[in-house]
Design a protein around this ligand. Sequence first.
Ligand code: S3P
Length: 448
Amino acid sequence: MSSHGTPIPMTSHPAGPLSGTAEVPGDKSISHRSLILGALSVGETRITGLLEGDDVLDTARAMSALGADITQHGPGAWSVHGVGVGGFAEPDDVIDHGNSGTGVRLVMGAMATCPITATFTGDASLRSRPMARITDPLALFGAQAVGRAQGRLPLTLVGARTPVAVRYVLPVPSAQVKSAVLLAGLNTPGRTVVVEAEATRDHTERMLAGFGAEITTEETDEGRVITLTGQPELVAQEIDVPRDPSSAAFPVCAALITEGSDVLVPNIGLNPTRAGLYETLRDMGADLVYENLREVGGEPVADLRARYSPDMKGIEVPAARAASMIDEYPVLSVVACFAEGKTYMPGVKELRVKESDRIDAMAVGLRANGATVDETEDSFTVHGMGPKGLPGGGTAAARLDHRIAMSFMVAGMGAQAPVHVDDAGPITTSFPIFEPLMDRLGARLERT
Ligand code: S3P
């Protein structure tokens, strides 16, 4: 929802060893897509392990507003009676996507080729984020958008009555843009083609195939060429949402920087389009082991065991890896404070247009806690201070950004003095059980 009420200031005190098992919630990307594809299918899609964070709940409400019948049966257990491809009904009020860029962008794509009109809004963070990257390709299908300057929300989208298939080369590496175009292609006769120079998370492609769409991916000199044949009948599925590697990053990184820690984070998907952080941490010399590596539903899954790692070294994170760890740079920049030498993170301009400007949010907050951070428009560098790590003692602004709030709470666990965040409220968008889960491991989080 667009406001989460009064700010919740929180302090993370230096912690003793973190130990135990961290059962992190379901994957946010897959949770959104399960609801949206369920709503576009014929029959009843049953979902278990759904992330019940605010972002996903907003997508569930959006699907109801567009005519799907959605029921919660128990914790994480939901069903969706879909309306079929092209079957969305016109919503009778504004759709509020709260903090969620993924929610609003995917839903705009899905409705853009239906003969209905919908108006979208969100919280102050979402209303400041660029939407032209979505409405530009949707205009090629024949949809019309009227928003604020630079296409910002609130925005009204008039769906195309006779959509035409497009071939779209992504101007930015974005799974949200790719997915919006593919979802628009569903109700469009003919073949919709998306070309991406850098591989971004491929959940939409995998799930569309699982729901019965004809979709192919080809590696070419231009990059990945994804071709979807329009107007399939999507068939309802049973989906068990895997746990979120982006949420797993917080207990893993906390263990690496907190003396004596040993934490197990079971059942984490290591799809190569999502696992860049874990490769990077291992390159830095982190004691991070993939236990019980196996395949589930065609994807690599492992239990992650993370132990305190006083010997980490700063590295240059390959820019080519950026898309596969784009949401993890904030917490990586915290770990980098506890490594010996500099960690240079190039090719990350997209961080400037996330829930907050994440380069600036981390640089300012880390400096307030005694770190040295340099930044350019598309990179940042953290000067590591070795295992003694961050001095702490400062306050960071969360800027309505869940990952910024959680990163600074992790920072406090390994720091020499407590780290404060002005508002931990946004954490519920993706990780509603963060506080009790981290407390059980031995963290000392305090609402202040
Ligand atoms: C997401 C894609 C990424 C990521 C976001 C989730 C998705 O955004 O940052 O948290 O589920 O498709 P971009 O596609 O804009 O990079």
